[in-house]
Design a protein around this ligand. Sequence first.
Ligand SMILES: [Fe+2]
Length: 388
Amino acid sequence: MNRMIIDGVNSQTFVCSNIQRIEQFYTNILGLRIVKRTVSHLDGRLPVTTFGFNSHAEELPRMQTITYLEWNPIFYMMPKDGFTDPAVVANAVSNPRAGDPKGRWGAGTNHHLALHVVNRNGLLKWKRRLTDSGIHVTGPYNRNYFHAIYFRDPDGAIIEIASSEPGFGHDETILGSEFKHQPEENLVGGRSELSVASETWPTALPSITDDYALRGFHHITSISSNAERTEKFFVDTVGLRLIKKTEYLDEKGGTHYYYACNEDLSPGSVITFFGLPGYLPGRLGTGLSHHFTLEVENEPALADQRARLERAGVKVSTIQDAIYSKLFHFRDPDGHICAVSTPSDFTVDENADELGQSLCLPEYLEPRRAEIESHIAYRPAPTPVLVD
Ligand SMILES: [Fe+2]
């Protein structure tokens, strides 16, 4: 097979209502590290923090990050079209629409981000640690190709932690070649919710040990109103590889299709879609992902991928300089915002051993540093998050 143009998953970007609360959650509770504090390259009034992984990071095929963008108003909605175009963003931030700022998942939005631990004991340890920190957790569920627990970030975005085991290859030789029905005991209605809910790690876990530390992404799951149309788009147009067609285990009648970015089937390069034909479109806002970003090798490959999408009739943005990568946005057939970028380099304005320690601003915003810093400082986290 020819080398595929998409190398892997670069990042996922969420919207939160309070960036400092999110920083406490990801560092104190989940054990990630801040790799950048900055503002959106689209509008300097939008604070942005990016998190990276500490454990076995050198073993990951690429640096993967989770980015949060703050949309702070309590009674103003996010712009309907999201934050992709500088002119639209500037107008939307200056003239917001009154309404509920919360996102609502549905067709054309993300559903969750799954992070990765090696084994099922790791899941049980996370369930215990999160529960002891006052965070509601469901699972561990047997997803047939991995095991998984679920919780929410402080704004309500769904985060999953999934194990490597047993992997995608145990029930078919040629991945994605046929629709695979799932064991009844894994499906909603067939599984014992009580025994799932009652299982946890027997002892408290005051610190995150290496055996269960989070190791990058496992997969990203979004929602499609038409599974076949989404398959055609991501395989034929974007260039991903279908690796599994199966049932959505949590809703009868729904489907779950899995796509890999390349030949590597290890966790971290998998994008999945729930196929839910009757679902209404979702709405961007806090407590929901804004977009995910696929990665290509370099700037020529980025231009190639943009041209490839454009040739297929997909509306693509111009290539933007997002300081730490070059990227462009596009939308899937349900309107879900996606991006393609070059690999991230967070050392362009900070030393590698000092990442995230100060607010980094692009040169043109330096004259406004005092204003931007005080703007962020006056929005402290509303309550302390429980710590070790
Ligand atoms: Fe998942």
